[in-house]
Design a protein around this ligand. Sequence first.
Ligand code: XMP
Length: 629
Amino acid sequence: MVEPHLPKRMTAAGGSPYSAAMTQHDTIAVLDFGGQYVHLIATKIRSLGVHAEIRDPDDPVESFRHYKGIILSGSPSLSAFDDEAGWSRGILDLGIPVLGFCFGHQEIAKHSGGKVEHTRREYGAATLRIIHDSPIFAGLSREETVWMSHGDTVTELPPGFVELGYSIGGTDRSHDHRNAAIASEALRQYGLQFHPEVDDTPGGLTMLRNFAIEICGARADWRVGDQVEERCAAIRDQVGDRHVLLLVSGGVDSTVAALLFLRALGAERLHLLHIDNGLMRKNESAGVDAKLRELGLGPSLRTVDASNDFLAALEGVVDPEQKRKAIGDTFIQVFEREARTLDLSNVMLGQGTIYPDTIETGGTKRADLIKTHHNRVPLVQEMIAQGRVIEPLADLYKVEVRELGAALGLDPASIDRHPFPGPGLGIRVACAREDGDWDEARIRTDVAEALRGTGLTGLPLPVRSVGVKADLRSYEHPVLLTGPYPGWEAITEIAISLAKRVDGINRCLFEVSGRPVTEARPAPATVTRERLSLLRELDAIVMAALERHGLMKTVWQCPTVLVPVSLNGKGRELVVVRPVLSERGMTARPAEPTAECIREIVEKISSYEPVSAIAIDVTTKPPATIEWE
Ligand code: XMP
């Protein structure tokens, strides 16, 4: 189970004024027990046009009375062992329709007097045989493919519940999993052992629609594009007669927030600050300035060059979390300095924070700290506590922010921009000290063993990068794969299996520049002006190649990363290109670049003197994250 050691979220959508302002929309609460698909549940419900909000199961029962329906998520915790005994179970007695998945299903059964036991694990695709009609399965066949991932099972039904279906386990029926779907139509409570929210349950969206719209009777009127006026009213309410100073990076989130503030408050009370932190891409700050002016935001805009402040704060820092903190704190210092020169004593800090940002910082009790986003560093947390931060997009997912942007007249090119992290290139210039103690020999042997028969060689690198494994942060070694290219499917499968089979690694790279790589040494380095300039050039080459080869739209994001290692005594920067496919950034698959695109990248980048080799990051998220730090 994940340790509940983190502070409660300070603003996530449950408590955000924006969700409060949205109360005219029927809403489904998703109780977050820490399962990895919590966001998927909320986004799928929202995709049906019904507002969904992620809530903490420990919140007071009374605060759930206004919901049209409640969904209990899965969890890394085990129901059979009463892992989460303390949650507000009274929520189940409110008379509101309830649907539970996996852990949530078991908790529903237990609450009404059923029995849950730790049993044989069931994992992956299974066939659900439906034996009892129920509105939850309206429109579906008698047999449905569903996605299972559990070790506990409801072994005795609670009184008043019926078994709606079981999962078929082999031809002799000896492995059937009973009670895979249960219900009490009288209580309007439904438990599904499987996960209808994942795409591997093809009928899942129908089940969610049946629950939200038919059983709960929720109106499907949640369309973010229609909410411009109500969001503006909510902003005016929260800001009162104060001014707002918004940091704008040029990314879609802060640009949409700026357009919304402009509409709500007018140019006189909106102050946009673009901080050139020296961590931007090539020519980016000038481009951002021009774009914001073109959008009519010019009268509110000020651009300041604070690159010296950021470089000074990053001097000598190697640890990724410390780098993120240094960048986040410097943003706030520069912000406070600028606010003083503008004499805005009565100012609120505006941020374009979106929903997942608040969650991945350990924003909920049960989620582990994967990375601290710069908009959730302690100084910002303090300002949140003082009521001095306004985040009008904090309840939205990226696709919804884009929809709102379109409604505000933002052009498609700005809307479809690849996401770019707040700490910018600062977290793509990886840092390293001298060779420290690490498990090199053991990892090498295990990697060699795991790669046997693939024709590839794997060299574990003496640096570490951030990843996420079983919902927990990891900080482990990448493995550089070399050898004849086995094809995209094979290389990505090898990456998945290596990270599973070898402890201590969370990322795989495939070398594409044809350099000999049998030995890797760290080339101690931190973030410097020179390394940033180099990365800016290389990143521009990669972006231009993606554009030229028609990959810009299919690829969701493509960080280029400098990794300070020398290979076979040559060079000091391994250049890693990380094209990914993703929908929300919460999970990702590596995207296949075309051979011509790779050739162009290699040709252009190889000539830079510090480059030791070029590699494509072929890891999914999890176990790696999209960014390296
Ligand atoms: P990871 O690396 O956690 O990233 O897989 C998921 C998405 O979030 C972006 N990202 C950030 N965005 N501030 C941001 O505004 C941050 O500190 C930050 N860190 C990561 C990342 O680029 C990807 O799109």
